[in-house]
Write a protein that binds this ligand. Structure first.
Ligand code: MLT
Length: 254
């Protein structure tokens, strides 16, 4: 039997190569703490039916044209996508988790495109199972992994722009810490070791840690988006795990 394997992917340069690998036995967990996966999980907690992550604005608009009942959500440069970018319509929602209220999303299916998070999800689409996670529901994700004990676990950090993001690495580190004993005798990447060692240094004040993150600073500097950061570092407020199904649709995991 092969040794268990734990990897942490830190940047888009790495996650774009996932499509060239055989992921048929891998479980991928995707993090975009600030803010895409946090927003998706919040939307599902507030009753959204499903989320369809797409990489490009044009794909999102084409889906909406086919099915006008869909809600469009997402950002470019952190801001809601407007008609200047789509060439036609404004998106219904941006990428702030505070926007995904029950009033707006309950019972709805949301097509979402963001700079990194939805790209990272699409890059994992060939994995055996894809989990979508955040600090909000990290315990549910952890429990799923501890119960299923996947032989090959890949934690995918969406990053900021083309670079690694501190907040995603911290979430990956928190998960590494919890599942470490399943992989310690196996093949563990240096990035997993780094993430696991960094999380305990910063875990006591994640909000303060966000000041050291590029996207954290950008959001904190914007009076309209500042409050997102506090919400995104809350822990264990949502008790279910989330998956992206083979169809590419993101839903609660039963
Ligand atoms: C992304 O997908 O790149 C992020 O969620 C950016 C953001 O904070 O909106």
């Amino acid at each position: 039997m092969s040794l268990p394997k734990l990897e942490v992917i830190l940047s888009p340069a790495e996650f774009t190569t996932l499509s060239q690998r055989d992921l048929s036995q891998a479980v991928c967990v995707v993090f975009d703490i600030l803010r895409a996966t946090t927003s998706m999980i919040t939307a599902l907690a507030n009753g959204a039916e499903a989320i369809i992550p797409v990489a490009e604005i044009a794909e999102a608009v084409a889906l909406k044209q086919k099915n006008p009942n869909l809600l469009l959500a997402g950002e470019r440069d952190g801001l809601r996508i407007r008609a200047e970018l789509t060439g036609s319509i404004d998106f219904d929602l941006g990428n702030s988790p505070r926007e995904f209220t029950a009033e707006k999303v309950s019972g709805r299916t949301i097509v979402m495109t963001t700079t990194n998070g939805t790209r990272a999800l699409r890059a994992c689409s060939e994995a055996r199972i894809v989990l979508v996670s955040s600090f909000l529901n990290l315990r549910a994700t952890t429990n799923w992994i501890l119960e299923r004990k996947p032989q090959h676990l890949i934690l995918v950090c969406s990053g900021t722009g083309e670079e690694p993001a501190l907040e995603d690495m911290l979430a990956a580190g928190a998960l590494c810490e919890k599942v470490w004993s399943n992989y310690a005798g196996g093949r563990v990447s240096d990035a997993a070791e780094m993430a696991r060692r960094i999380y305990p240094l910063m875990q006591s004040d994640l909000l303060e840690a966000m000041k050291g993150a590029k996207n954290g600073r950008r959001l904190l500097a914007n009076p309209d988006l500042r409050d997102d950061v506090r919400l995104c570092v809350q822990r264990e407020t949502i008790l279910f795990a989330v998956t992206m199904m083979p169809s590419g649709v993101v839903r609660k995991l039963d």
